[in-house]
Every structure is written in structure tokens, then in C-alpha cells.
Design a protein around this ligand. Structure first.
Ligand code: FMN
Length: 187
């Protein structure tokens, strides 16, 4: 599979098979994330893999409690949830971020996570980024220290076959290249 095929194959999987994910595959995904570039090589990411079923169900339940359940009702069906944490001290310390008024740590986390999900895709796994979740309640369960922010959750598991077929059948809903690309000007 070449790179373009790989990125075309990734989709947001919102229905999973009831099959656990092998630890080696999770480790491979984290290894690919670990190699990501980051501003000043700050590597602000930490990954907390939640695959113990009882704990996973508890996390999924609180993550989607109240208003957070509106769009993410599917989360409990994922056999594994990866919490993506950012080290706040690392990003506050970046002078460049202050000057540029750019939250580089979010860019860093985004790059690392995309490495992770593309690696997962190559391994036949489905993933879905979850940016809308009850962070406060997850923090409480895991006693996450203040200096870490939970930036994202990644639901990961083997995709339901029908879901996969449906998602890969049509072309992705994306802006046309003419709408996003400029050569040598910006009009
Ligand atoms: C930072 C980020 C946060 C996202 N949060 C959610 C979310 O909370 N719930 C959800 O179902 N999908 C979420 N998504 C998935 C997007 O909706 C999805 O990537 C987009 O619609 C394109 O579809 P595709 O991933 O299938 O190509 C998120 C994606 C990103 C990159």
C-alpha cells in the first residue's frame, strides 16, 4: 500500500467489532507517534491506553456523559480508547509560541496523532478522533495531574465490516483542490 492509498483508506470509524486489539499493534501505533516531529523537539505528548474492559467502559461512559453524548454515543463500542495528553509545562515554556501566538503543542499533538492513526490503518484497525468529551470526569478517574491537558481521545479497534465498506465506497467529502490551493499568489 503506498502512502496515498493509506491516507485514502483512513476514515472515522464509529462502529467496531467486539474484538480486542493486540498489544503489539497498539505499541506499533505509539511507536509511529513517538517519531513525530514537534516544535523545539518538545514532544509534549503522552498516551494513556485504556483497554481493560471495565475501566474502558467507565471512561467511555463519563467521556460521553451529559452534553458530550450528543455526537459520541458510539464510543462505548470501541474496545480501546487512547487518551492523548499534552504536557502544559512544555508548551507554556515555548517562547516561540508566545511571540507567534500559535499553540504549537496542538500542532505537535495533531501530527503525532495522525502518525498513530495512519499506522493503525496500515495494521487493519479503525480509529476515530474524539475532540468533544468530558475531560473533567476522565481526569478524576485517572487522577491526571494538573500539568497535563487531555487534548484528544482516539477510539481504536477493528472496524465493523459494513461500516468500513460504506465509508470506503464513496469519495471523501472534501473541498476541491481549486478551493484550497494557490500557486504564487493568494486571490
Ligand atoms: C481534532 C478532531 C476532533 C474530532 N472530534 C470528533 C468527535 O468528537 N466525534 C466524532 O465523531 N468525530 C470527530 N472527529 C472526526 C471528524 O468528524 C472526521 O475526521 C471528519 O468528519 C472527516 O471524516 P473522515 O475522518 O471519515 O475522513 C474529529 C476529528 C478531528 C481531526
Amino acid at each position: 500500500m503506498n502512502f496515498y492509498e493509506l491516507v485514502s483508506k483512513r476514515f472515522s470509524c464509529r462502529k467496531f467489532k467486539e474484538v480486542p486489539v493486540e498489544k503489539e499493534k497498539i505499541l506499533k501505533c505509539i511507536e509511529s507517534a513517538r517519531l513525530a516531529p514537534s516544535a523545539c523537539n518538545s514532544q509534549p505528548w503522552r498516551f494513556v491506553v485504556i483497554d481493560e474492559p471495565e475501566l474502558k467502559n467507565r471512561i467511555a461512559k463519563v467521556a460521553t456523559s451529559g452534553i458530550y453524548g450528543i455526537i459520541n454515543k458510539f464510543l462505548p463500542t470501541a474496545p480501546c480508547i487512547i487518551l492523548v495528553l499534552a504536557d502544559r509545562e512544555k508548551f507554556i515554556a515555548q517562547a516561540g509560541a508566545y511571540v507567534m501566538k500559535t499553540d504549537y503543542y496542538l500542532i505537535d499533538i495533531g501530527i503525532a496523532c495522525e502518525h498513530l492513526v495512519l499506522q493503525a490503518t496500515e495494521l487493519g484497525l479503525g480509529t476515530c478522533y474524539i475532540g468533544y468529551f468530558n475531560e473533567k470526569e476522565i481526569r478524576k478517574i485517572l487522577n491526571i495531574p494538573k500539568k497535563y491537558k487531555i487534548v484528544l481521545l482516539i477510539a481504536i479497534g477493528y472496524p465493523d465490516e459494513k461500516e468500513k465498506e460504506k465509508k470506503l465506497k464513496g469519495s471523501k467529502q472534501r473541498r476541491k483542490v481549486e478551493e484550497i490551493l494557490y500557486f504564487n499568489d493568494f486571490k
